[in-house]
Design a protein around this ligand. Structure first.
Ligand SMILES: NC(=O)c1ccc[n+]([C@@H]2O[C@H](COP(=O)([O-])OP(=O)(O)OC[C@H]3O[C@@H](n4cnc5c(N)ncnc54)[C@H](O)[C@@H]3O)[C@@H](O)[C@H]2O)c1
Length: 356
C-alpha cells in the first residue's frame, strides 16, 4: 500500500493454518503483517496480541465481546482490508468462500485454503507447478495439505520426464491435535466412501495433465498423514534417477529409516527438536531408503505435516498475486531461506542421508 514497498498482508482466521501463516509472513523480508482477525475471545486471540500482532474482530458484532474479554481490538475486518494488499483467509471450510465476495468488492487480492472448492477462485496453487499462472491474479486457492504433497512429488517426476501415471493410498490423520477432545476416531479405520478420493481430482485442478488416482482412509492418530504411492514411469529407470528427480524439489526432504526416522512420531519428535516454529515440517518427508524401483515402476512412501506443508505455498502465493516477484524459483528461494527449508535435511538422496 501507499508509502511502503513491502507487501501488506492480513490473515483472517487465526487458527491452525492462520497462526502459522501469520508467523511466516512476519519472517519475510518483503512483507509486513498488517494484522489478524478472528471471532474468538480466549487464549487463541490473546496469543495473537502476545505475539505482537494487531488483532481485528472479523465481524462488527464481535468487537464488543472481544473488548469485554480484555482484548485490544484494532478494528474490524473492514478496517484490516483497507490496510492490506493481500488477505489470506484461513477461516474454517465454507466460511472463506462466503468472504470472497467481500474481498472482490473491496478490490483486495485474496488467498483461500484447501477447504474451499477450486471454483471459489478459479485458480489452484502449488508454487513449484504453476506459480506463473497466478501472477497478478486477483485470487488463488492454496490446495490442501495432501494435494500439495501430491503435486510437489508428481511435478518433480514429471520435470524429469519420468511420470506416466500415479496411484496413491493416503492414510489421513483423524483430526488436528488441538481439537482431539472434540473429534477424531478411535480404534477404527474409516475408508473414504468414493474412489478416487478428492485429492487426485484436486491435483488435476492444479495440473490437468496429471494421470493420478487417489484412495484415502482416515486413521486414529493426529500426528500427520502418510502416503503410499505406486507410479508407472515413462521408461525403466534406476532408483538413483528417481531419487534425483525428487531431489530437484527443494521442498521434498529425504529421510531414512536407518537414521532412526522410522515412523511419524520419530519425525514429529525431530521437528519439535529442530526449533522451527510449531515444529513445522514444511517439506514432504520421503523415505529414501524405502523407495524401490522395479523396471518402469516406482514405489515410495512419505509423511505430510498437514498443519505446515501449505505455509510456504501460501507465502509464494502472496508474492505471485501481487506480482512482486515474477520468477517462481526466486520466490521459492526467498521463502525457503526465511523458513529454514533446505537448512535442516541433507538434500542428496543417494549418499549418506541425514541431517545437515
Ligand atoms: N488443519 C489442517 O491441517 C489444514 C491443512 C491444510 C489446509 N487447511 C485448510 O485451512 C483452512 C483453515 O483450517 P484450520 O485447520 O486452520 O481451521 P481452524 O478451525 O484451526 O481455524 C479457523 C480459525 O478461524 C476462526 N473463525 C471462525 N469463524 C470465523 C469468521 N467468521 N471470521 C474469522 N475467523 C473465524 C476460528 O476461531 C479459528 O481461529 C480450511 O480451509 C482448511 O481446510 C487445514
Amino acid at each position: 500500500m501507499a508509502g511502503s514497498t513491502k507487501i501488506r498482508v492480513g490473515v483472517n482466521g487465526y487458527g491452525v493454518i492462520g497462526k502459522r501463516v501469520a508467523a511466516a509472513v512476519s519472517q519475510q523480508p518483503d512483507m509486513v503483517l498488517a494484522g489478524v482477525s478472528d471471532v474468538v475471545t480466549d487464549w487463541r486471540a490473546q496469543m495473537a496480541i502476545r505475539n505482537g500482532f494487531r488483532l481485528f474482530a472479523a465481524t462488527a458484532e464481535r468487537v464488543e465481546p472481544m473488548r469485554r474479554a480484555g482484548l485490544e481490538v484494532a478494528g474490524t475486518l473492514d478496517d484490516l482490508l483497507a490496510d492490506v494488499d493481500v488477505i489470506v483467509d484461513c477461516t474454517p471450510k465454507g466460511i472463506a468462500s462466503r468472504n470472497a465476495d467481500t474481498y472482490r468488492q473491496r478490490g483486495v487480492r485474496f488467498i483461500l485454503q484447501g477447504g474451499e472448492q477450486h471454483a471459489a477462485t478459479g485458480h489452484s496453487f502449488v508454487a513449484e507447478c504453476n506459480y506463473a499462472s497466478a501472477l497478478g491474479a486477483p485470487a488463488t486457492r492454496v490446495v490442501s495439505c495432501n494435494t500439495t504433497s501430491v503435486v510437489r512429488t508428481l511435478t518433480a517426476l514429471k520435470r524429469a520426464g519420468l511420470l506416466k501415471r500415479a496411484r496413491g493410498t493416503l492414510l489421513r490423520r483423524a483430526t488436528d491435535p488441538w481439537e482431539s477432545h472434540e473429534s477424531g476416531i478411535m480404534n477404527t479405520l474409516v475408508p473414504e466412501p468414493e474412489i478416487p478420493s478428492h485429492q487426485g481430482p484436486d491435483a488435476q485442478a492444479v495440473d490437468p495433465g496429471l494421470d493420478v488416482v487417489t484412495m484415502a482412509v482416515k486413521v486414529p492418530e493426529t500426528l500427520a498423514h502418510l502416503h503410499y504411492w505406486s507410479v508407472q514411469l515413462m521408461r525403466p529407470a534406476s532408483k538413483d534417477e528417481v531419487l534425483d528427480a525428487f531431489g530437484t524439489s527443494s521442498r521434498i526432504a529425504f529421510i531414512r529409516d536407518d537414521q532412526g526416522l522410522v515412523a511419524l512420531n520419530s519425525v514429529r519428535e525431530l521437528m519439535t527438536d529442530s526449533g522451527r516454529p510449531f515444529g513445522n515440517l514444511y517439506e514432504v518427508a520421503l523415505w529414501a531408503d524405502m523407495l524401490r524401483v522395479q523396471g518402469d515402476e516406482a514405489f515410495y512412501a512419505y509423511m505430510v505435516d498437514n498443519q505446515a506443508i501449505v505455509i510456504p505455498e501460501t507465502i509464494d502465493a502472496i508474492r505471485a498475486l501481487t506480482g512482486a516477484v515474477e520468477d517462481a524459483s526466486e520466490s521459492i528461494a526467498m521463502t525457503n531461506a526465511s523458513l529454514g527449508i533446505g537448512s535442516l535435511f541433507e538434500s542428496r538422496a543417494r549418499t549418506e542421508v541425514g541431517l545437515k
